[in-house]
Design a protein around this ligand. Structure first.
Ligand code: SAT
Ligand code: MN
Length: 613
C-alpha cells in the first residue's frame, strides 16, 4: 500500500497512472469512471436511493428530483480548514491559511491512506466551459461520494470526450475528494458519511486539490471554488487572465442594445437572484449567463471577454420563491437535487421563503417540524443543484461557449450603513480600490458568526489562491491590455442599506434593474453623474424610481455619503492594508489617500453628508 500522496508533475501526465496511484493510496473496493450519461446517471441515482443517501421526491410534484440530508456538522464551507499550500508563505498571504506543501502532503497521506475502503471511487472527467472554447480547462475529480459525482454532473460538463482529450495530452487539473469515512466489512454506512477532521487543501504550484472529511458544497464539488477560483486564480495570474467570484448577465435595453455585466458579491448575497432578475422597468430584458464564477481575459481588441466556466447552479434555497426569484423557482421544479431543505408529507420540498409554511413538515435533519418551532425547517445554507440548461433565461452562450464582452463590473456587499446604493468609480484604479476594500456582513454560506462585518475583497476572501494584495496588483496590470474607452466600467452597489428604523431602504430583487439600467445608461453615455468623495453618484432624476413606494428621505439616505461613517471606513481600511506586509500596490494606497483627501475637502466645506444631487 502507498503511504505518500501521489506526486503530480506539472505539464502533461498520464491520468490512468495517476488514478491507479490514488486508488493504491485510498484503497476503494472498486474504481468506476463516471461520464454522467443518462444511463449512468439514472443508475447512480437509483443506487443512491437504495442506499438511503437520497430521498426520491414525488415524481408528480417534483419530477426527477431528490433530497439529500447532510450530517449536522457538515453544512457549509469550512474556511478555517481551507489551506493554500504554496512553496512560500508570502505567496498565500495573510488572508489565507498557509501550510508548507511537503508537510501537508505528509499529513494528508496519513488521512487518505485507506480512506476509501469499502467504497466506490468515482473518477469524473470534467470541462470548465464548453470543451472547445478557448477559455475552457479540464480536470479530473476522484471522489468516494456518489452525491458529489452526481452534483459534478450538473455543475460541470462531464463527458468521455474530456477523458479522450486528456489522454491525447490536454492539460488537466487533478482533484481528489474523500468523505474520510472508510467502511470495515461489518460496518453499516450512515446517510451522510463525513469526518470531523477536515482538510480542503490546494497546491498552487502543482495545481492540485485534495479535500478530505466533508461532503458539502464547495468542500466536495472541487471544480467550483477549489479549481475554478482558488487554482484558476493562480493560473490567471501566471497566464494573464482573471478567475472571479461573479455572476454574469446580459441586459438588453428597450432600444435593443445588449450590455454584459459581471458582479461580485460574497456567498449568499443574492447573486443567483440578480443573475435571473425580472426587471420591473418596462422594455428591459435579462438573460442569464452564470450565477457564481466568471473567467475573463482581455481580448486583442482592448475589451474584456468573459465566460461562466460552470454548467449549473448550486443556489441557496431559503429566500428563493415566486416573489424573489420566479425564474429560479420555475427552474427547480424538476431534475434538481436539494440538500438540507425540509420535506412535506406529500414528498415535496419546502424552505423558508418559498410559500407560507405548511402545517407539518420534516425538517432538514429528518425531525418533525411545525410552524412556530423556533428553528428553521430548512438549514439557512440549504441548497438546490440544477443544470443551467433548466434556467428559462439561459443565454445562447451556455451552449456555444462563446465569450461575451464586459461593459460593467459591479462590486457589492451586504452593508447596513456607509455604502450607497450605487457609485461609479472614477477610473480603473479607483474601481480596483473599491473591489479591494469591499466589506459585507457574513452569511450562513461559511462557518462563522452570521452578521459580523468583514472585509471581503472582490468577494474573493475565501477563494483567492494566492496573496490577496498581489491579486490586486494583477488587476491593475491587466488593465494595461484594455483600451480605456472600451474597458468595463466599475461600480459599487449595496442593496442592503438600512434606515434609522432598521428596515431596508431599497426594495431589491426585480427593482435592482433600476440600478442596472442607470449603469447601462452610464456606459452608453446617456446620463450624467455627480462627483462625491466616494465616487460618481446618480443624480436623482436619472435613477428611475417611478412607481416605487420610496420617500424622498429614503432616496436621500440611499445615496448619502456620511462623513463620520467614511472617516471610520478609511481608518479601518488603512489598518487592514497594514496587515499585508508591504504587498498592497502603491496605486491602491494612493487611492486611499485620494479618498481621504476628498472626504476632508467636503468636511472642510462644512457638509456632514453629501447626496447625489
Ligand atoms: O459551498 S459553496 O462554496 O459552493 C457555496 C458558496 O459559498 O458560495
Ligand atoms: Mn459563491
Amino acid at each position: 500500500m502507498r503511504s505518500a500522496l501521489p506526486s503530480i508533475p506539472t505539464g502533461a501526465h498520464d491520468c490512468d497512472l495517476w488514478v491507479a496511484e490514488v486508488a493504491a493510496l485510498t484503497r476503494p473496493d472498486r474504481v468506476v469512471w463516471y461520464y454522467d450519461t443518462p444511463d449512468e446517471r439514472a443508475a447512480l441515482l437509483a443506487q443512491s436511493v437504495a442506499d438511503g443517501k437520497l430521498i426520491k421526491l414525488d415524481p408528480n410534484r417534483r419530477p426527477g428530483s431528490y433530497l439529500a440530508r447532510s450530517d449536522a456538522g457538515d453544512v457549509a464551507r469550512v474556511e478555517a480548514r481551507t489551506f493554500i499550500c504554496s512553496e512560500s508563505e508570502a505567496d498565500a498571504g495573510p488572508t489565507n491559511n498557509w501550510r508548507d506543501p511537503q508537510s501537508m502532503r505528509t499529513e494528508l497521506a496519513a488521512r487518505f491512506a485507506g480512506a476509501m475502503r469499502g467504497r466506490t471511487m468515482f473518477v469524473v472527467p470534467f470541462s470548465m466551459g464548453v470543451a472547445d472554447s478557448s477559455l475552457a480547462r479540464y480536470g479530473l475529480q476522484v471522489t468516494d461520494s456518489a452525491y458529489a459525482a452526481l452534483s459534478m454532473g450538473m455543475m460541470t460538463r462531464v463527458s468521455r470526450d474530456v477523458r479522450t482529450r486528456i489522454d491525447e495530452g490536454a492539460h488537466w487539473v487533478p482533484t481528489v475528494h474523500s468523505v474520510g469515512a472508510p467502511l470495515a466489512d461489518d460496518d453499516t454506512d450512515t446517510t451522510w458519511p463525513s469526518n470531523t477532521d477536515k482538510y480542503i487543501a490546494h497546491f498552487p504550484e502543482t495545481r492540485e486539490v485534495w479535500s478530505y472529511g466533508s461532503g458539502y458544497g464547495g468542500n466536495a464539488l472541487l471544480a467550483k471554488k477549489c479549481f475554478a477560483l482558488r487554482i484558476a486564480s493562480v493560473l490567471g495570474r501566471d497566464e494573464g487572465w482573471l478567475a472571479e467570484h461573479m455572476l454574469l448577465v446580459r441586459l438588453t435595453s428597450p432600444e435593443g442594445r445588449p450590455f454584459h455585466i459581471a458582479a461580485a458579491f460574497p456567498s449568499a448575497c443574492g447573486k443567483t437572484n440578480l443573475s435571473m432578475l425580472q426587471p420591473t422597468l418596462p422594455g428591459w430584458k435579462v438573460e442569464t449567463l452564470g450565477d457564481d464564477i466568471v473567467w475573463m481575459r482581455p481580448g486583442g481588441d482592448g475589451r474584456m471577454w468573459a465566460i461562466n466556466p460552470e454548467a449549473g447552479f448550486f443556489g441557496v434555497a431559503p429566500g428563493t420563491g415566486p416573489g424573489t426569484n420566479p425564474v429560479a423557482t420555475q427552474m427547480i421544479e424538476r431534475d434538481t437535487i436539494f440538500t438540507n431543505v425540509a420535506l412535506t408529507p406529500e414528498r415535496d420540498v419546502w424552505w423558508e421563503g418559498l410559500s407560507p409554511a405548511p402545517a407539518e413538515l420534516t425538517d432538514w435533519q429528518g425531525q418533525p417540524w411545525q410552524p412556530g418551532a423556533g428553528t428553521p425547517a430548512a438549514h439557512p445554507n440549504s441548497r438546490f443543484t440544477v443544470s443551467a440548461s433548466a434556467c428559462p433565461l439561459i443565454a445562447d452562450e451556455y451552449f456555444s461557449g462563446r465569450a461575451v464582452p464586459l461593459d460593467a463590473i459591479l462590486f457589492g456587499g451586504r452593508r447596513a450603513t456607509t455604502t450607497p446604493l450605487v457609485v461609479e468609480a472614477y477610473n480603473w484604479d479607483h474601481g480596483v480600490f473599491m473591489g479591494a476594500t469591499m466589506a459585507s456582513e457574513q452569511t450562513a454560506a461559511a462557518e462563522g458568526t452570521v452578521g459580523r462585518v468583514r472585509r471581503d475583497p472582490f468577494a474573493m476572501l475565501p477563494f483567492c489562491g494566492y496573496n490577496m494584495a498581489d491579486y490586486w496588483e494583477h488587476w491593475l496590470t491587466i488593465s494595461e491590455q484594455l483600451d480605456p474607452a472600451q474597458a468595463p466600467r466599475i461600480f459599487q452597489v449595496n442593496w442592503f442599506r438600512r434606515g434609522e428604523s432598521g428596515d431596508f431602504l431599497w426594495p431589491g430583487f426585480g427593482d435592482n434593474a433600476r440600478v442596472l439600467a442607470w449603469i447601462c445608461r452610464r456606459v452608453a453615455g446617456q446620463v450624467s453623474a455627480s462627483s462625491s468623495p466616494v465616487g460618481m453618484l446618480p443624480t436623482l432624476d436619472d435613477l428611475d424610481v417611478e412607481g416605487l413606494d420610496l420617500t424622498d428621505e429614503a432616496r436621500d439616505q440611499l445615496l448619502a455619503v456620511n462623513g463620520a461613517d467614511w472617516a471610520a471606513e478609511t481608518s479601518s481600511i488603512d489598518k487592514w492594508f497594514n496587515g499585508f506586509d508591504g504587498h498592497v500596490p502603491t496605486r491602491i494606497l494612493e487611492q486611499l489617500e485620494q479618498l481621504a483627501q476628498r472626504l476632508t475637502a467636503v468636511h472642510e466645506s462644512g457638509a456632514k453628508t453629501v447626496a447625489g444631487r
